[in-house]
Design a protein around this ligand. Sequence first.
Ligand SMILES: NC(=O)C[C@H](N)C(=O)O
Length: 323
Amino acid sequence: MKTILLIHTGGTISMQIQAESSTVVPNENNPLVNEGEKLKKYATIIEKEAFNLPSPHITPKEMLNLKEIIIDTMEHQKIDGVVITHGTDTLEETAYFLDLTMDITIPIVITGAMRSSNEIGSDGLYNLLSAVKVAVSDNAVGKGVLVVLNDEIHTAKSVTKTHTSSISTFQSPSHGPIGFISKSIVHFNHSPNYRAVFPIQLIQKRVALFKVYAGMEPDLLAASVSLGYDGIILEGFGQGNVPPNLVPEIEKILKLEIPIVLVSRCLNGIVQDVYGYVGGGKDLKELGVTFAHGLNGQKARLALLIALNSTNPTTAMNEIFKI
Ligand SMILES: NC(=O)C[C@H](N)C(=O)O
């Protein structure tokens, strides 16, 4: 039987709803900790509670802490896979952070829930069982960090939370799930083709993220530089375009060697240097803006943060943002 390291971090999966107010609140004691018996059928479980936080309280510091817990455990005992329970709001960010920083081939599977532990139809325990089934699957080895909810398996790079409350909230726009879990099997449809890994130890730099909007003025970009941010992500329009009045400020910032990375505010597709007007993708590429293909804003932000904190930021940026 395989051994799985199960790490709890909090989130709705371990919260409860209060009948009087319908408010969902954290539990002092994580109810999932008592569910070990149900998991024993699938794996030998080593259980750790890293923290008990709603996921909006999670920062790259906690993400780094999770990485350390996994590495430390692997140094002391043999484990065949890792399952992490996590709030869904920032789940995709923790998943992608670990995907970019963990140089290991054993499966790391992250799961969560949209309904709290004491709600009718709670999806927590079910998703946890699914995540364990994936983590013990031989076919999950070498596929990077995976996200498992609602019977689907997604890669950390492509998955995103698409619905505020539905249990089918996690989707991979443009890609679809990498696999699924049925009653009896864990099935993979395809494999991820490329994964850059940067085992950083520390996060010191700061990266700002801006969603571009019609009529946006350049002062916020200038303010982020004055505030000492080390990099900027722009979630541009469509295939990667911005309003023309941002262009002089973008040029100024790039001359200061502060990287600007462009993604699209569209849910599907990639950014390209197609449009040749002022503020169009072609213009931005010529100025030296970096294009991040297929990443959403929050993941591009983590990617740039990790690149800037790695030993050779330029090489890391080239690796991370190549298609
Ligand atoms: N479904 C959830 O887990 C949402 C919750 N606000 C969290 O991320 O902690």
